[in-house]
Design a protein around this ligand. Structure first.
Ligand code: HEC
Length: 109
């Protein structure tokens, strides 16, 4: 069953779509895709951490290497949870279970 979390859509469109584009397709060799990303699917804790605190260094997404920087967007834990749940179930994505506020709070830098 596919869920959807429309409350995160505004945050996605305001904060994330600039780089990852409206449908999460990213820009090859610059911004990794969010839609159908193996990274997002396999690295749940790292995904939460990236959205909460930003991300830099070498990562591989769907077989392509990125070594760039995603700034922290300084979202509240509630906003992090909402945008995560939006991307977890948007487009072709469908992760095992939605993120909770407790789970977001637990992830430390
Ligand atoms: C300024 C551009 C920029 C913005 C804005 C941005 N990102 Fe990113 N994002 C990146 C880059 C660059 C990487 C790869 C970083 C690296 O190479 O270590 C990345 C990596 C990721 C990843 C892990 C890799 C993947 O594609 O699965 C996720 C998940 C992600 N971003 C989600 C988000 C979300 C959600 C937002 C909005 C809250 C957001 N990003 C906003 C540039 C951005």
């Amino acid at each position: 069953m596919s869920e959807s979390f429309p409350e995160g859509a505004d945050i996605y469109n305001n904060f994330c779509a600039t780089c990852h584009l409206a449908s999460g397709e990213g820009i090859p060799n610059a911004f990794p895709p969010i839609n159908k990303s193996n990274w997002l699917k396999e690295k749940r804790a790292a995904t939460i951490k990236a959205v909460k605190y930003g991300l830099n260094g070498n990562i591989e997404v769907n077989g392509v290497e990125y070594n760039s920087l995603m700034p922290s967007m300084e979202l509240t834990d509630e906003e992090v949870k909402n945008v995560l749940n939006y991307i977890f179930y948007a487009w072709d994505n469908n992760v095992e279970k939605p993120a909770t506020l407790a789970e977001v709070r637990e992830v430390k830098e």
